[in-house]
Design a protein around this ligand. Structure first.
Ligand code: ZN
Length: 220
């Protein structure tokens, strides 16, 4: 199986797709957020440093994140992986290339989930959650709207909106994404590693297209 790096803005459906690939194709998902939280529990100098940075709300440097990724890739050597949360900028991408070379990752592709800002905004700001059954709704999309406004279909509890899904949070995250990530798309395009998948459709359709790309790479 070919390893995959996803480049996608927040709320583009990357989580769902990764979960599907892990479940159906045996991928190992390496998410920088998960790895940092795991490392922070280690009783080592490295672990304690990370814990301190997280606890004090400091930015974890590229150097630490890359070191963590390198260590995990060593552990799963030979297995296909999905990278989530990295690279976020060109510098990280260049370092990743060196790491891949060092541990002989011979084949990987980059999938960009291409999504309109308006679709994305509706996905993020329209999300409503039920605190009880953890069902997720969206007030903007048919099929995802609760039957009764702001009430869970199954438990009849009022639905909640996460602070993260507020419009200001969305706008600031999206701006950061554009600034840092768009140059990455060009970087991987020049290397011939980039696939662009239209993500303005249903999750099922996105998955189908991602699957096609992965299977196509296998048959190459
Ligand atoms: Zn519920």
């Amino acid at each position: 199986m070919v390893s995959v790096i996803f480049i996608a803005p927040p709320a583009a459906g990357k989580g769902t797709i990764s979960k599907y690939l892990v479940g159906n194709f045996g991928y190992t998902q390496l998410s920088t957020g998960d790895l940092l939280r795991k490392a922070a529990k280690e009783d080592t100098t490295f672990g304690r440093n990370i814990k301190q940075l997280i606890d004090e709300g400091f930015f974890v440097s590229d150097e630490i994140v890359l070191k963590l990724i390198e260590r995990e890739l060593e552990k799963i050597k030979g297995k296909a992986f999905i990278l989530d949360g990295i690279p976020r900028n060109i510098l990280q991408a260049k370092h990743l290339e060196k790491i891949f070379e060092k541990i002989n990752v011979d084949k990987y592709i980059v999938i960009n989930l291409d999504i309109l800002e308006d679709t994305l905004k509706k996905r993020a700001t329209g999300r409503r959650l039920c605190n009880d059954c953890h069902l997720s709704y969206n007030i903007y999309f048919d099929g995802f709207k609760p039957k009764e406004e702001n009430v869970c279909d199954t438990c009849h509890n009022p639905l909640l909106r996460r602070e993260d899904d507020a419009e200001e949070v969305f706008i600031s995250r999206y701006q950061t994404y554009l600034k840092n990530t768009l140059p990455l798309i060009h970087f991987y395009q020049e290397k011939g590693l980039l696939y662009v998948v239209d993500a303005n459709c249903t999750n099922a359709e996105i998955l189908e297209n991602v699957e096609k790309i992965i299977k196509g790479e296998e048959n190459d």
